[in-house]
Ligand binder design. Structure first.
Ligand code: CTP
Length: 201
């Protein structure tokens, strides 16, 4: 099994790159996992407390479970991926059954920041998109899909997203084997990445 990690800041286009890889290689060959599914469960907190959590710090994720899941997939075992609801900041009681496949793509803002996750990866990719493009995408997405207001996106961006990006996400770029400028729009980089993966499988 080959594990591809796709990191990059919020709104960089990681999901688009990951989906492009799945489309080109076929979903019978590729399992796609998002680090977002492994946000620690905070259902014990009040809605008010949950709004003020730093979701951009490496400690917000249950990386222990993610590493365990990657190991299970490597052993050919299926996994039950938690599902996360961004509007309530909680894990739901549903899980997604993911069988082991020849290629696993894991995408997330901080997957290259944690050594225990990096050690599980065969190819490390960083999607490098300008901050102005990322924040524009984030505003649209958080309002349209994650039940947020413009004011809350503004406050969260300045208090946690931007400082954590600078402290943890951007420095993790040094661990990438491949840096893709302007993520999802970069056809040539996506072709290169898929040909590289095809050579291994
Ligand atoms: N986040 C949030 N509320 C939560 C949990 C996470 O607002 N309860 C935010 C974090 O602030 C973090 C972002 O979710 O910055 C991570 O998702 P992001 O990388 O933006 O989304 P993807 O679709 O995975 O990536 P991309 O836009 O690059 O495709």
């Amino acid at each position: 099994m080959l594990v591809i990690g796709i990191a990059g800041g919020s709104g960089s286009g990681k999901t688009t790159v990951a989906h492009a890889v799945v489309n080109k290689l076929g979903d019978e060959n590729v399992a796609l996992i998002s680090q977002d599914s492994y946000y620690a469960d905070l259902s014990h907190l009040s809605p008010e407390q949950k709004q003020h959590i730093n979701y951009d710090h490496p400690d917000s994720f249950d990386n222990h479970l993610l590493v365990q899941h990657l190991k299970s997939l490597r052993e050919g075992q299926p996994i039950e991926v938690p599902t996360y609801d961004f509007s309530t900041h909680s894990r739901t009681n549903k899980t997604l059954h993911v069988p082991s496949k020849p290629v696993v793509v894991i995408e997330g803002i901080l997957i290259l920041a944690a050594p225990e996750l990096r050690n599980q990866m065969d190819i490390k990719v960083f999607v490098d998109t300008d901050p102005d493009v990322r924040i524009l995408r984030r505003v649209m997405r958080d309002i349209n899909e994650r039940g947020r207001t413009l004011e809350s996106v503004h406050e969260q961006y300045l208090t946690t997203v931007k400082p954590m990006h600078e402290a943890f996400v951007e420095p993790s770029k040094r661990y990438a084997d491949l840096i893709i400028p302007e993520g999802g729009q970069n056809e040539i980089a996506i072709d290169l990445l898929t040909s590289l993966i095809e050579r291994y499988i």
